[in-house]
Design a protein around this ligand. Structure first.
Ligand code: SF4
Ligand code: SF4
Length: 406
């Protein structure tokens, strides 16, 4: 009975909920089901019942927590500022310890050991590249079908780990680039754009070779030991830089919460930035240019871990405008696209419902280019939109436009 780990939901986090219900209409799973147990308030009540000893961490508790997307749309609207994402990571860590299954242990190994291994990711990428060329994603197998949401993968290619570049023009500081677990292999042009723009904005940029996967997916799955190990590796690797920059919204949001996972994590969190914030800042103070407008619309998709977790919204519009495009709003509420890391595989029905809804919002905008600052969201959008649409990171659109004017 009760909690067993240091990461469990804390009493002050649970006591913060005044049960006002203001979060309910913002929660995708509550909107889909109308069920209290699928709402932030219901999930916090379930955690509070375990903390009070009137309920256990059992299969029902796992089911209630498992449907949550960890999108954190409930956080910015909560008058009590309940740190729901933190509490949910704690609940997942408890489930992993109190309900150990072979499947969960396998996931912890995949997320904690395989995903952070550059060799393993390269081999998996090569296999996926072959599968794309053989059109295996057309087979009715869910895991294979998701390959259809990837960009066309190269059959090989260098990693940016260990690469350094010097600032162009006046130097403003040093920046470390978190290259990510799959970002470098699957979305290499995003990391390339980040390096180009950071040097153009006055940073000496390095991608330290000692870095690892940020650990966001492990944390979301409750693999606490793996999350701690990965965070400690990155705290050491990124020790001597003015800013630590992530090019995936899920990674920058997780770096912002490193205080929970590693000694020295809070200090790293203070230096961590999403690339969209750094680039928008450089455009605002004239270190990066604004390019002439052209009459091409770009549909703006807000990754939850930028919009809800970090309150980054205007920055992506600034970057797309500075590239000369017209940003078009598709969803003023910022409803999750249903990607949510491994959710695509663990909760396929809800994930597909949300993915289709988001794809329809894009179609209604009539734009055929979509800006999305998170790889998971991009894959989900590509999968549900099909080949007629191009989904790109805002900094890729901007870097490409800058190249055209240099
Ligand atoms: S994180 Fe998202 S899905 Fe989970 S309770 Fe909050 S709003 Fe709902
Ligand atoms: S908005 Fe905050 S305080 Fe109100 S029910 Fe939701 S979590 Fe609880």
């Amino acid at each position: 009975m009760g909690w067993e780990t240091d990461h469990a939901p804390r009493q002050d986090e649970l006591d913060g909920c005044v049960t006002c219900g203001l979060c309910l209409p913002h929660c995708p799973t509550f909107r889909l089901t109308g069920s209290e147990s699928a709402s932030p308030r219901g999930r916090l009540a379930a955690m509070a019942a375990v903390a009070a000893g009137t309920a256990e961490v059992d299969e029902r508790f796992e089911e209630v927590m498992g449907l949550c997307l960890q999108c954190r749309a409930c956080e910015p609207v909560c008058p009590s500022v309940v740190p729901f994402g933190r509490a949910m990571e704690g609940a997942r860590a408890e489930i992993a310890v109190q309900l150990p299954t072979r499947r969960r242990k396998l996931r912890a190994w995949l997320l904690g050991r395989v995903l952070p291994s550059r060799t393993a990711v390269r081999v998996a990428s090569m296999l996926a590249a072959f599968a794309q060329r053989l059109r295996l994603h057309k087979l009715p197998i869910r895991l294979l079908s998701r390959i259809g949401g990837l960009r066309r993968l190269p059959l090989g290619g260098p990693s940016r780990a260990g690469e350094s570049r010097t600032a162009a023009g006046e130097r403003v500081g040093t920046a470390a680039l978190l290259i990510g677990c799959v970002q470098d292999a699957w979305f290499g042009s995003v990391n390339e754009a980040a390096m180009e723009l950071l040097t153009a904005a006055g940073y000496d940029v390095s991608a330290p070779s000692g870095q690892s996967c940020c650990g966001a997916l492990a944390a979301h799955d409750g693999a606490a030991a793996a999350t701690e190990r990965l965070a400690a590796t990155n705290v050491a690797a990124f020790a001597n830089y003015d800013v630590v920059v992530a090019t995936a919204a899920g990674c920058s949001a997780h770096l912002a919460g490193y205080g929970e996972w590693a000694s020295g994590g809070e200090e790293l969190a203070d230096r961590a930035r999403d690339i969209t914030v750094v680039v928008a800042e450089a455009i605002a103070d004239g270190r990066l240019p604004r390019l002439p407008p052209r009459a091409i619309s770009v549909a703006m998709q807000d990754p939850c871990h930028l919009r809800h977790a970090q309150n980054v919204v205007g920055e992506t519009r600034e970057i797309v405008s500075a590239a000369g495009y017209e940003p078009v709003e598709i969803d003023d509420k910022g409803l999750c696209c249903g990607a949510a890391g491994a959710y695509v595989l663990s909760q396929p029905k809800t994930s597909d419902e949300l993915g289709l809804h988001k794809a329809n919002q894009v179609r209604a905008s009539e734009a055929t280019i979509v800006a999305s600052a998170n790889p998971g969201c991009e894959m989900q959008l590509r999968f549900h939109l099909g080949d007629r649409y191009d989904v790109r990171h805002p900094i890729e659109l901007y870097a490409e436009a800058c190249r055209g004017f240099s």
